[in-house]
Design a protein around this ligand. Structure first.
Ligand code: UFG
Length: 328
């Protein structure tokens, strides 16, 4: 299939672009390079530098004969969304609205959307299923939920079929070590720990040790970026083969504490770096673990790279090979 990948030069987008090529699809990447890295794209993949809100996108969709859209482009930092909500409403909500409108005008039938576990907020029951209460506790999660709701209406009324994929903690890198995570600023746990291992930061601070978990630190469900990539392809093929609009959680189904991630990273890298035990970070739920049974049953998806040692080992290879990310 010919698939437009918005945010295809970003972390999860670029891994999905590679997976699409391997699966025999033709990705066309659309990215405004506000966060993405054109260096992450494989040779021969068509790249269009454009914003998702650009109204001329409708012509791109028509002229290129695009059949489906995978929509990754977004601002994705929870902390930033709480101090600068305007850019989240503009880029995520308004930008996505304009993209979805372009899709409707161009007669696009299939749409796969990057959503997030943040739509659930603080869960009452773990593991979290798709029909759990939706109660985002931050602006980022709210913007993603609004886009899901927009898609629901477009699906019902205009027949644009979609899959929304609610990721838990995306992590890891392609095992080639050629592409990986490069955010500025970096806020995610595993890359920050690896920067401590590389000596690029003096220590890693663990946010909170008094949660109601086995060792008092937060528990999260880490899912390998290449497992996310395969879920996007299965979702697109599911829609192409007549699947109805749907929502799926993507996680490994296992939870790991921050302390255990630190310990495993020390074992994988064989480096003993400094750890600081700090205060809780505002807004962090104690435990987030996905039930991904629905994706496994309906899409036939199976996470195969998400054993935590592989997640950290693959991320480590990328960080060792590219200590400054895609920069010089
Ligand atoms: N953490 C630390 N120290 C750090 C950074 C993080 O202890 O320096 C802890 C956090 O408190 C949290 C865990 O490590 O308990 C993971 O934190 P991340 O920032 O890596 O990820 P989050 O769980 O906060 O966020 C992820 C995604 C978001 C998504 C959210 C869903 O990155 O996009 O899950 O709740 F919204």
């Amino acid at each position: 299939m010919k698939i437009l990948v918005t945010g295809g030069a970003g972390y999860i987008g670029s891994h999905t672009v590679r997976a699409l090529c391997k699966a025999g699809h033709t990705p066309i990447v659309l990215d405004n390079l506000s966060c993405g890295h054109v260096e992450s794209l494989p040779d021969g993949v068509e790249f269009i530098e454009m914003d998702i809100a650009d109204p001329s996108l409708v012509n791109v969709l028509k002229d290129k004969g695009i059949e489906g859209i995978m929509h990754f482009a977004a601002h994705s930092q929870v902390g930033e969304s709480m101090v600068n909500p305007a850019i989240y409403y503009e880029n995520n909500v308004v930008g996505s609205y304009r993209l979805i409108e372009s899709a409707r005008k161009a007669g696009i039938k299939y749409f796969v959307f990057s959503s997030t576990a943040a739509v659930y907020g603080e869960p009452k029951v773990v593991p979290i299923k798709e029909d759990s209460e939706l109660n985002p506790t931050n602006v980022y999660g709210r913007t993603k939920l609004m886009i899901e709701q927009m898609l629901q209406d477009y699906s019902k009324i205009y027949g644009l079929r979609y899959v929304a994929l609610r990721y838990f903690n995306a992590a890891g890198a392609d095992s080639s070590g050629e592409i990986g995570e490069d955010h500025t600023p970096e806020t995610h746990l595993i890359p920050l720990i690896l920067e401590a291992a590389l000596g690029k930061r003096e220590a890693i601070t663990i946010f909170g040790t008094d949660y109601d978990t086995e060792d008092g630190t937060c528990v999260r469900d880490y899912i390998h970026v290449n497992d996310l990539a395969s879920a996007h392809i299965l979702s697109m093929e599911y829609l192409r083969d007549g699947g109805e609009s749907n929502v799926f959680n993507l996680g490994s189904g296992s939870g790991f504490s921050v302390q255990s991630i630190v310990d495993t990273t020390k074992a994988v890298t064989e480096i003993d770096f400094n750890v600081i035990y700090g205060e809780r970070r505002a807004g962090d739920p104690g435990t987030l673990i996905a039930s991904s049974e629905k994706a496994q049953t309906v899409l036939g998806w199976k996470p195969v790279h998400s054993e935590v040692k592989q997640v950290i080992g693959d991320a480590w290879r990328w960080h060792q090979n590219h200590p400054n990310g895609y920069g010089k």
